[in-house]
Design a protein around this ligand. Sequence first.
Ligand SMILES: Nc1nc2c(ncn2[C@@H]2O[C@H](COP(=O)(O)OP(=O)(O)OP(=O)(O)O)[C@@H](O)[C@H]2O)c(=O)[nH]1
Ligand SMILES: [Mg+2]
Length: 279
Amino acid sequence: MTETKFPSPEADQSGAQSDAPLVVVVLPTYNEADNLPAISAALLALSLPNLKIVVVDDASPDGTGAIADRLASHNPDQIKVIHREAPRGLGRAYQAGCRLALEMDAQFIIQMDADFSHSPDDVLRLLDAASDADVVIGSRYVEGGALDREWNWWRRFLSWWANTVWTRTFLHISAQDATSGFKCWRRAALEGINLDRIRSNGYVFQVETIYVAEQMGFRVIEIPIFFEDRHLGRSKMTFGVKLEAAWRVLEIRARHRGVHRQVPGASSNYPNQPRTEQS
Ligand SMILES: Nc1nc2c(ncn2[C@@H]2O[C@H](COP(=O)(O)OP(=O)(O)OP(=O)(O)O)[C@@H](O)[C@H]2O)c(=O)[nH]1
Ligand SMILES: [Mg+2]
């Protein structure tokens, strides 16, 4: 086994857990009753001694919020729940979850879907890569990344178009998977982009935050992931969400083109020892 930045709980018999950097996983949920218990368990089972979960539920009609509360009551130190009222929206939910993560003093903030499209095991790989970056994207479009074969041609086309044509043409984003919902932020980068200036309500939150991070000169890197189609539950991607994504790309450019980094070298304030994958 190789040295890791995030010591495993087994290796740390002295109760020195608080020395490990706090990793907070923000899990937005809307009707994820079938997935939430399993994804929470999988995350808590990772060999990270200081991991917490923030579930952000938007009054899911299927009772996900009550399930989240039950999980939190069993793991009060590790699971926090935010209950949001209407209007629902992935971007709004992430705003709330990321703010709480910063208040909790998280050093690394992970964004991921709650439906197992993003593998919990890949959280370790994102954290590894964060040794050399301010933001790490779990990417479907860099070499080695892949989409589930279940995706039909129309969905593949839309995702490709959104990433390679729309965001790259209009925003000149360097990342090849700017719409990815699987990311690791160093605290300094998330603070640096300033969530107050992010306006996206829905899925285009992903694009807006990456655009601002790149504009401000934060180091954004991508690592390949396999994006698996959800097994349980249904997609929340509505026509309205797609429409917001399409027009807001134009607004994002007008709003943020001139932003510059205000805290040069911010990432150097955070732990940055090399960490390699466990073997
Ligand atoms: N809190 C909150 N979470 C949401 C909302 N919309 C989607 N989510 C969550 O965001 C994550 C991604 O949503 P999905 O519906 O899986 O979207 P997707 O991955 O693009 O689509 P599929 O691949 O078809 O599942 C999931 O964890 C959802 O439960 C929302 O309005 N509010
Ligand atoms: Mg999904």
